[in-house]
Design a protein around this ligand. Structure first.
Ligand code: GAR
Length: 185
């Protein structure tokens, strides 16, 4: 069973649900985001863990991980989750946290990967699914797909095309992991 972390639109969460993957629960660091409505529509339990409600980020992350466990999650998938995870979360899901990111990691980690690749004049970038460690988008890679940048393309268009790839790549990588086909280095 999978616990999914979200912060926004939730199109990658939708891809996991549409692929029939066993999503046990969805946690968000932000209230009232579309991703939570997608989980509700699928009958999946949700809870919001705002940083402001906890003394520290570590306390928030521990509470979030424990709630996902209570709901039956054995692994965690970050699907557009835009906060860095701290040690307490990773210790509760050791080597069992996956993330999807809109670049060919290790190139362009961080929150502005698509804009950064465009600003650097790259002729291609892509999507990556990887294991999460304490760094910024720095764990070992499970799968990557390259996306060619079109002439004069803006960030919105490029990100939309990268997300189409993510919606294909993420469920396949999660499935591969659940079937024991991949393990962090
Ligand atoms: C996705 O493109 C994901 O790769 C990116 O946020 C988007 C969320 O879309 N994540 C990061 O940039 C993490 N560093 P979604 O909410 O529609 O799935």
């Amino acid at each position: 069973m999978i616990g999914v972390l979200v912060s926004g639109e939730g199109s990658n969460l939708q891809a996991l649900l549409d692929a029939g993957l066993p999503v046990a629960a969805v946690a968000s660091n932000r209230p009232a985001v579309p991703a939570l409505a997608r989980a509700d529509a699928a009958g999946v339990p949700t809870r919001v863990f705002e940083l402001e409600s906890f003394a520290t980020r570590e306390e928030r992350d521990e509470a979030m991980a424990l709630w996902l466990c209570e709901e039956g999650a054995e692994i965690a998938v970050l699907a557009g989750y835009m906060h860095l995870l701290t040690k307490p979360f990773l210790e509760i899901f050791p080597e069992r946290v996956l993330n999807v990111h809109p670049s060919l990691l290790p190139e362009y980690p961080g929150a502005h990967a698509v804009e950064d690749a465009l600003a650097a004049g790259e002729s291609s970038t892509g999507a990556t699914v990887h294991f999460v460690d304490e760094g910024i988008d720095s764990g070992s890679v499970i799968g990557q797909v390259r996306v060619t940048v079109r002439p004069n393309e803006d960030a919105e268009s490029l990100h939309r095309r990268i997300q189409e790839v993510e919606h294909w790549l993420l469920p396949r990588c999660v499935n591969l992991y659940l079937e024991g086909g991949v393990w962090p280095e």
